[in-house]
Write a protein that binds this ligand. Structure first.
Ligand code: FUB
Length: 328
């Protein structure tokens, strides 16, 4: 194991939800910037009151992780009220796009875009959120043909259930028991990166019998934090199961699915949330994730880490036990 593996990559600020990428040979991590607050947890995620983004970077996996300072503040985005949650970024047409969720002036989670000439910002936001976008946790995937897809969504405080009727209804019921689970959203970006080609659609995750995973199957159903990676031509959707705290993955033949559940990537970490990204670096695969080690277990004071992933030729991922190295 590398010297900095499974350890907080930075300690001077709290960070979470790391979306990692390699741009021009260097590692960039786009995390949430957690705010230390002495507030009780609630199911709505009100304790996650993040106000801005900092981009982290590493020359390689053994190098020091650098905080590149303020990349975007909620004060600079006219449509944002608060709660800048898990972002992602892409390199596209010589520019860098930060894609981020936040609550609009009415308290509804939307997805916004900001652009920069530099991977570490500062980023200039578009005037409004993406028309038709809703819920949280965007992960942006550039396919081999250049198509750009946004995967996003999150239950409970992430508001995904509240849109089942087609418009925002905070009183909407949460699917449960034998009802089909709600999958994450999928939409293709316009080449201009200022809108979606079509309204987001729900992805279906199937079980081993080809049946949609049920809402009551909390060990396997999608909760939040989708990510997409491609391996030998297959698409792998990974996500957090929220209430049961697993990172899981499902395999599909098309970017829009359907996907078939394959297994667990990681057992629960310290802290309620678990959120990750998967990236290939110098021919090996790595998992970037977070836990609450730095704060001694405070759910909204997290730290980003990475570890090596073992992905077999057929795409099977070996389950990681995040603290087993401490037992040896
Ligand atoms: O960081 C705030 C929220 O916590 C994220 O949007 C979720 O994925 C969870 O990690």
């Amino acid at each position: 194991m590398r010297a900095n593996e499974r350890k907080p990559l930075v300690k001077h600020i709290y960070t979470a939800d790391p979306s990692a990428h390699v741009f021009d040979g260097k590692i960039y991590i786009y995390p949430s910037h957690d705010v230390a607050r002495d507030v009780p947890d609630d199911d709505n995620g009100d304790q996650y009151m993040m106000e801005d983004y900092h981009v982290l970077s590493m020359d390689n996996l053994d190098a020091e992780c650098k905080d590149n300072g303020l990349a975007l503040s909620q004060d600079d985005v006219p449509w944002v009220r608060d709660q800048m949650w898990a972002p992602d970024a892409i390199q596209y047409n010589g520019k860098y796009y930060l894609i981020f969720p936040a609550k609009d002036q009415e308290g509804i989670f939307r997805i916004g875009v900001a652009v920069s000439d530099s991977p570490v910002g500062p980023f200039s936001p578009q005037d409004n959120y993406i028309k038709g976008s809703y819920s949280i946790d965007p992960a942006v995937f550039v396919d081999d043909d250049g198509s750009i897809y946004c995967y996003n969504g999150g239950l409970w405080g992430g508001q995904l259930e509240m849109w089942q009727s087609g418009s925002f209804n905070p009183e909407e019921h949460r699917p449960e028991g034998e009802e089909p689970a709600l999958g994450p959203l999928y939409a293709e970006f316009l080449p201009s990166m200022d809108g979606f080609v079509e309204a987001p659609k729900h992805i279906v995750i199937l079980d081993e019998n080809g049946e949609p995973i049920k809402a009551g199957d909390e060990d396997r159903r999608f909760f939040e934090g989708p990510w997409m990676h491609k391996h030998h031509g297959k698409y792998y959707l990974s996500y957090s199961t929220g209430t049961t705290h697993y990172l899981c993955y499902a395999e599909g033949d098309l970017p829009e699915g359907p996907f078939t559940y394959k297994g667990r990537i990681m057992e629960p970490v310290l802290g309620w949330t678990t959120h990750h990204s998967i990236v290939e670096i110098e021919g090996d695969w790595y998992l970037f994730y977070h836990d609450s080690e730095l704060s001694g277990g405070v759910n909204h004071e997290r730290c980003v880490k990475y570890t090596k992933l073992d992905i077999a030729e057929d795409g099977t991922i070996t389950t990681i036990h995040p603290y087993d190295h401490l037992e040896k």
